[in-house]
Design a protein around this ligand. Sequence first.
Ligand code: FMN
Length: 261
Amino acid sequence: MDVYEAVTSRRAVRGFTDRHVPRDVLERVLSAAAWSPSGSNLQPWHAYVLTGGPLADLKKRADERVAAGDPWDEREYEMYPPELKSPYHERRSTFGKERYSALGVSREDWEARQRAASANWQCFGAPAALFCYIDRDLGLPQWADVGMYLQTVMLLLRAEGLHSCPQMAWSVYRKTVAEILSPPDGLILFCGMSIGFEDVTVDYIRTGRAPLDETVTFVEGGTAAVDPREQAHPLQPTGPDSGRPDDAARASGHRRLHGRT
Ligand SMILES: Cc1cc2nc3c(=O)[nH]c(=O)nc-3n(C[C@H](O)[C@H](O)[C@H](O)COP(=O)(O)O)c2cc1C
């Protein structure tokens, strides 16, 4: 699977089969994801992987809280600003409409929406889950690093034939998650992530995206200087055999020394 296919085939899957996710696959994915970039290479992610009995226990405890009408834990971070302005407000509302109409739930049926949302606590049936924490002393750029890490994990899962659903929802039951994981006090739970094989019988509507010119601005000068190597190999995939100096260096294990960034 190439990177484009991994990116476009990744989506938030909300229905998984109970097929076992092998430990060695998860280790392979997480070892590769460790190569995600982070400012000054801080690698600010703390990931916990949960399967089997401990995951079943977490799902049960979360369900019991829902059944008891137990209120959410106090927030350690706000998921969204209280007033979402345009265009975010409209995008969120489109998402909500699509998410629930795919399940045959109307906008007005609050109870049915709650029931659908409570599938979060079953990890949508997934047999594996990842919980990602960040040190509470770190700042916004490190939260962005964690996002890059999580996306890398999700893309690598695609390469293994697996799907995922990132879930901030777990942050509202962070104390229950902590009962199972016992993370150090200094960490904040950013999100969970359900991991498994897709249950293709579950209906969904694929989310859309804003047109490119709504989110990207090209600021172009005159004719940009073209790297002669690009002219010789326009948009060619790179690899040890491509003949490009960087690739040859990588293939021979040659180390390039750079200054600090
Ligand atoms: C940080 C983060 C948290 C999310 N939390 C949840 C969640 O708690 N529950 C859920 O069902 N989906 C959650 N999602 C999935 C988003 O709704 C989804 O990524 C978005 O609607 C775009 O759709 P797609 O991922 O299928 O392309 C989350 C996504 C991200 C990136």
